[in-house]
Write a protein that binds this ligand. Structure first.
Ligand code: ATP
Ligand code: MG
Length: 469
């Protein structure tokens, strides 16, 4: 009895920090027969977290994008939990729980199973901010963010109505504060509250709007869409690392091509990333370059949708490939020889694209490895192919080559040769190398002969998107 009482006091104490629930309105309670969430799509660990919190007397729900995806019948890629327990209280209930963040603390509860460890992110209901004080910058952007609130407030702080639903796995009920369920039925993406104000608070929401519209195929409600073009400059205030993470999410969403079209249509064209400017400006660059980027993104989308992995380094290597080729060819035209020309072109391409954006460097070594492997795929004799397949990043370089073959930049026979070479035994590999030698002897000879005769004035073999050879 006493312990129960003490527990209650202990639980209540930090709740002093919770602001009074304000009039955010009661949620709609949506029963199973309406939301039809398939329990098989739930993460057992997320359910464990909500149960443990509920057993300890707290409120706890699966929340956000996971509920949206569950209602849409999609298996969520990660699960977030929202609760009225404070981070300290949450941490005490789980063995593997870590407090994360300074501005707004959340708890990562980790579960180790057969595959990858699963992290369930648990956050305490957030309070609504009044528009005054040091919480908000002049532009309206939220700066400080550390007061707990009621569930209704927490819901009002979320971005879109479809992202503001709470699912209780015990009662199998969805709590819907902002008409998310109706919006799902209408296939509409609607910002909660006044869209202009919400974009000013956090301009990243503009990019999220485009990403979710692309992912769900929903239409942006008129009022949600209208202010975006006018407010696009606000993205320049956002810290570069956050912007970059959001762009990666967008490009790796499995719907990157649709999202990029969405950015263009919404007028979010410029200043997001030099790289994106490049992709979005259809006027810039050759038709072939756009064709390559389009196919590369379609290929990435397909891989992601079928559950395969794509590294950000690989993706950037593809997006910058047309630039790299242009620089590489230009260097050769200036008289540099092939490999130094490539090295120099890599430096140039990366320097131009990452100006003002240091973060991109973390992918730099991946990109360089993938690119510098490409001329090595041409050498199909002697020890070269064996050495190449032993390189640690061979698989990425090979996938990249296949992409180039798929876009018509390279003869598909080259990709097929490597596919066969990997799959066959040493005798088969000898035969393949012999056939490659013959092919080189036949097909490359005119160019080679020409070059041998006039070494200085030789123009590299540069078909429109071709790689210098
Ligand atoms: P996904 O994980 O599929 O990309 P998501 O909706 O789960 O989509 P997260 O970034 O994981 O997106 O965020 C989880 C939830 O947190 C969102 O559904 C939303 O309710 C809230 N949220 C995230 N970012 C913002 C933001 N910038 N403004 C308001 N709410 C946000
Ligand atoms: Mg999520």
């Amino acid at each position: 009895m006493i312990t129960k009482f003490i527990k209650r006091i202990l639980r209540r104490d930090p709740m002093v920090q919770h602001t009074q629930a304000n009039n955010t309105g009661a949620p709609k309670r949506i029963p199973k027969k309406t939301h039809r969430i398939d329990p098989h799509l739930l993460s057992k660990n997320a359910v464990k977290v909500t149960h443990t919190l509920q057993q300890a007397g707290y409120e706890a729900f699966i929340v956000g994008g996971a509920v949206r995806d569950l209602v849409l019948g999609i298996g969520p890629k990660d699960f977030d939990v929202a609760t009225n327990a404070t981070p300290d209280q949450v941490q005490k209930l789980f063995r593997k729980a870590r407090l994360i963040g300074r501005r707004f603390q959340i708890v990562h509860v980790t579960f180790f199973g057969k595959g990858h460890p699963e992290i369930i992110e648990v956050s305490t209901f957030r309070a609504l901010l009044d528009n005054a004080g040091d919480h908000v910058a002049e532009s309206g952007r939220i700066l400080r963010d550390n007061v707990w609130g009621s569930q209704g407030e927490d819901a009002a702080r979320r971005d879109f109505s479809i992202n503001a639903m709470y699912y209780d796995p015990s009662s199998e009920t969805v709590l819907d504060y902002h008409g998310g369920m109706a919006d799902i039925q209408k296939k509409t993406l609607r910002m909660i509250g006044d869209p202009t104000k919400r974009y000013r608070e956090d301009p990243i929401r503009m990019l999220r709007a485009i990403r979710f519209a692309a992912k769900t195929g929903f239409t942006l409600e008129t009022a949600t869409r209208a202010p975006i073009a006018k407010l696009s400059a606000l993205l320049q205030d956002v810290p570069a690392a956050r912007l970059f993470d959001e762009i990666i999410k967008l490009l790796m969403s499995g719907y990157s091509w649709a999202a990029i079209q969405g950015l263009r249509e919404a007028g979010l064209h410029h200043g997001v990333l030099p790289l994106l400017d490049h992709i979005l400006d259809s006027g810039e660059g050759s038709k072939d370059a756009n064709h390559f980027v389009k196919l590369a993104l379609a290929n990435t989308d397909q891989r992601i949708q079928s559950g395969k992995s794509v590294s950000a380094g690989f993706l950037f290597a593809t997006l910058l490939w047309p630039d790299l080729l242009k620089n590489w060819n230009a260097n050769i035209a200036k008289g540099m020889s092939n490999l130094p020309a490539l090295q120099d072109a890599m430096d140039d391409t990366i320097a131009t694209q990452s100006s003002g954006m240091v973060i991109q460097r973390r992918f730099e070594s991946d990109m360089r490895e993938i690119w510098s492997m490409q001329p090595r795929f041409e050498k199909r004799v002697g020890r070269y192919p064996y050495r190449l397949i032993e390189s640690p990043r061979f698989r990425a370089g090979y996938d990249f080559l296949l992409l180039r073959c798929g876009t018509g930049e390279k003869d598909p026979a080259l990709g097929q040769w490597w596919t066969d070479f990997i799959a066959t035994d040493p005798d088969g590999q000898d035969a393949l190398m012999a056939s490659a030698k013959n092919a080189v002897g036949n097909s490359a000879s005119p160019a080679k002969r020409r070059r041998r005769r006039k070494p200085k004035s030789a123009t590299p073999e540069t078909p429109s998107m071709g790689e210098p050879s």
